[in-house]
Design a protein around this ligand. Structure first.
Ligand code: SF4
Length: 779
């Protein structure tokens, strides 16, 4: 058993002393942010004898285990007669007495820990403790509860807390011992390394050991997930406090991580892993109204969670969706909070990017604390460029506002109506000022700030006092405004602020053009990070936009391990898919598709440059000898799965999937062997010229970087590379790709061709396509 443990005061008291219900009317991101602001303002208003955010650390020995307790006291007051008082500040939206009565043990327990730690540091015989309660939105409303303790009382109390915690922690330590010993003897789970796997594993291991960053482009088929997970899990054995965050953009990424961990577990690995499912997907009520009045699973959550954690950690090591839902049902508690709480005791956390990078929904429990033992593995990292821009952008729309206002029309005397009237006035003034579709401004007005702030304050007030009056539409609008205010704090030259007037409805927009600085500041807090993808070219572009160091971060590029003879790639340059030429392209494209699929019955994907193009193409495409399935907008996970089932193994008849490039079927789709034998890519994947991409281009141009390439070319070609990557998934796959567009012959596109495309064939008409395909299958 390990003989030392580092623990924060928060971890200790939150685990042992918190009780009651989940109630996001009281505890939510907005009240936490507002709480932090009030904390800082209160601390700032204290005199010179007030020490704010005082860091404390003490080691306690319990049953031969050294427990180092760490934390920061909100304030330490030195009185005139040389005594000391620990000040613990708590803020809330509800009446102070209610808040204190519901949480006194928890709050006082925290302050007592700081009290003892300070007594030990200064060799004091006793200390005063003050709990300062402040009402949010009514900051003059304060309540102070005072206590005095002698050191022995505090010692008795804190030691008994630590003993309780260690009792539970015996389970964790047992798991930790199993983790270390299993990792020490863990071997690569396959008999031999595939081409490229050994070097990828080596680089990944040394990156974590040297606490650096690594950018990896590894073609499909190398087995990059296992090649990165295996060595990075190995490093967990050398640092008891370490955790891996496997961050993904899509469900498919989570599934590959889960499968790779399963394989390692079958080879003897013993650790706890968890897949975090989004709240809206796992919520039992599907409404995400997290309070005891509206959700039975919120009730008594904190009274039950200790028992559930003990049971779960004693009996299981893998926590996927099914396991979490089953545990939560058995104990009648919220599955979402359960997965977050369980993750604290897991070694590998598989989750969406936003749990680490989103400025609002990141996991505070990890990334507001010491993150220096964590390793971030960023899967399909090419997606993070756009995702991070989205995460750091926000908008408030008049449409959502109208919906919110309309939803309250039958509710009388709801205090927030006054604030909504002010917002209405704000939109009316904007209509008078702005009639163009886009209107860029240097910043939004102070008036906007005031109106939005008083709206969020009013919402927070009624959230607790008259929660049953709050409608879903009002909450949606509040969440938008709240996010907008948070993003506004980050506003800089990396942003544009603009009004958008569409269909006579105005929205206020803060669009992040470059999120690299934000990503960098998060990544600097973790020990190490590995960005990987099958398509991360050009590498300098990705390093630049993902917060890396273009000059110094190491990179690895691993080409496809599969035989080049199994892959035919053709470029058809006689047709232009430029926007202005599209009308004349359809008849050629139809002819090309028929030639492409003629030689062999099987499953093919046809990627169009847009929905508009796909609709026209499918309306023109007639072929009674094939089955056709067309991608629909906004397909959910089940519909996607059903769609893919149409592409069966051992097909006797040809099946065509008409899809949109860059859409849901362009990546993360694995149809091995003959479930997919070919793809036609129409166009070069570039987004249509648009306002926001133009602003991105301008932004980078100002920095002497190739703006157009950053905004259009690189993201576009990435989509093409991802689509092409669907065809060859294993050593036994054989397949062909046809790229249709004259621009593929241009140098700037050819420079981005992957190694395995170098032998591409140029085909000038349908007959040549037919001929090439026939020869390819004859080989
Ligand atoms: S089950 Fe849903 S509504 Fe209930 S607490 Fe959990 S997330 Fe909130």
């Amino acid at each position: 058993m390990s003989d030392s443990l580092k623990l924060s005061v928060h971890q200790l008291v939150d685990f042992l002393l918190r009780s009651g219900d989940i109630d996001n009317r009281v505890f939510n991101r907005s009240s936490m942010t507002e709480g932090a602001r009030i904390h800082a303002s209160y601390q700032g208003s204290q005199g010179a004898d007030y020490l704010s955010e005082y860091p404390l650390s003490q080691t306690f020995y319990i049953n031969e285990i050294a427990v180092t307790l760490e934390g920061r006291a909100d304030g330490i007051i030195e009185t005139k007669n040389g005594d000391f008082i620990i000040d613990e500040i708590k803020t809330t939206v509800i009446p102070l007495k209610d808040f204190k009565d519901q949480n006194l043990d928890w709050h006082l327990g925290q302050a007592k820990c700081y009290g003892l730690m300070f007594c030990l540091e200064k060799e004091l015989k006793g200390i005063g403790i003050q709990l300062t309660y402040i009402r949010q939105g009514k900051e003059k409303d304060k309540m102070i509860e005072s206590f005095t303790f002698i050191r022995e009382e505090l010692e008795q109390y804190v030691y008994s807390l630590l003993e309780d915690y260690l009792n539970f922690y015996a389970i964790i330590l047992r798991n930790l011992n199993d983790r270390t010993s299993s990792i020490n003897t863990l071997n690569f789970p396959f008999e031999k390394f595939r081409k490229g796997q050994r070097s990828l594993a080596k680089y990944s291991y040394s990156t974590v050991k040297s606490e650096g960053s690594l950018f990896v482009e590894a073609a499909t088929g190398i087995g990059k997930t296992i090649s990165i997970l295996f060595p990075t899990i190995k490093t967990l054995g050398e640092d008891e406090n370490s955790k891996l965050f496997y961050l993904t953009a899509k469900t498919s990424g989570k599934e590959s991580a889960y499968k790779a961990i399963e394989i390692l577990k079958e080879s003897g690995l013993c650790l706890n892993d968890i897949i975090i499912t989004a709240k809206e997907k796992i919520c039992f009520t599907k409404k995400c109204k997290c309070n005891p009045d509206e959700c039975p699973f919120a009730k008594d959550y904190y009274n039950k969670i200790q028992t559930v954690l003990r049971y779960a950690l004693l009996n299981y090591t893998t926590f996927d969706y099914t396991r979490i839902v089953s545990l939560a049902k058995d104990y009648e508690i919220c599955p979402f909070e359960l997965e977050l709480d369980l993750s604290l005791f897991c070694d590998v956390i598989v989750c969406d990017y936003n749990y680490m990078f989103d400025p609002i929904s990141y996991m505070k429990r990890y990334f507001d604390e010491d993150s220096s033992h964590f390793v971030a593995l960023i899967d399909e990292a090419h997606n993070l460029v756009d995702r991070s821009r989205d995460m750091y952008s926000a908008s408030v729309s008049e449409y959502e506002f109208i919906e919110a206002r309309r939803s309250l029309r039958n509710i009388k005397n709801i205090k927030i109506k006054n604030q909504l009237r002010k917002i209405k006035k704000l939109f009316e003034e904007l209509h008078n000022q702005y009639s163009d579709e886009y209107m860029v401004v240097s910043d939004f007005s102070l008036e906007t700030f005031k109106v939005f702030t008083s709206f969020t304050n009013a919402y927070n007030d009624i959230s607790k006092e008259n929660h049953d009056l709050i409608t879903t539409e009002l909450t949606n609008f509040y969440l938008d405004v709240n996010r907008f205010m948070k993003i506004w704090e980050l506003f800089s030259d990396r942003y544009i602020a603009f009004y958008l007037n569409r269909h006579d409805l105005i929205s206020l927009n803060l669009r992040c053009l470059d999120a690299s600085k934000f990503l960098k500041s998060i990544l600097e807090r973790v020990k190490s990070s590995i960005f990987f993808s099958a398509t991360l070219s050009p590498m300098d572009y990705y390093k630049d936009t993902l917060g890396g160091d273009v000059e110094n971060d190491p990179q690895v590029i691993l080409p496809s391990p599969f035989s080049i003879n199994n892959f035919l790639i053709m470029v058809a340059p006689k047709v232009s898919i430029k926007y202005k030429d599209r009308e004349v392209s359809y008849s050629y494209v139809v002819e090309y598709i028929n030639s492409f699929i003629e030689a062999k019955a099987g499953n093919y994907f046809i990627y169009s440059p847009s929905y508009e193009y796909m609709e026209k193409l499918t309306s023109l495409y007639q072929n009674d000898n094939v089955d056709i399935f067309v991608q629909q907008k906004d397909m959910d996970d089940i519909e996607k799965e059903e769609f893919l089932k149409n592409f069966k193994a051992k097909p006797e008849r040809t099946t065509l999937g008409f899809l949109v490039i860059g859409g849901t079927f362009s990546e993360g789709i694995d149809l091995p062997n003959d479930r997919l034998i070919g793809a036609v890519v129409i166009g070069i994947g570039l987004p249509k010229i648009n306002f926001e991409s133009d602003r991105i281009a301008e932004y980078y141009k100002k920095q002497d970087k190739p703006g157009h390439d950053y905004a259009y070319l690189y993201p576009g070609m990435n989509k093409v590379m991802q689509a092409v990557g669907r065809v060859i998934r294993s050593e036994t796959d054989k397949g062909a790709v046809l790229l249709i567009d004259e621009r593929y012959m241009n140098r700037q596109y050819q420079d981005l061709f992957r190694d395995e495309w170098r032998n591409y064939k140029v085909v000038f008409n349908a007959d040549e396509i037919k001929e090439e395909i026939k020869n390819f299958y004859k080989k």
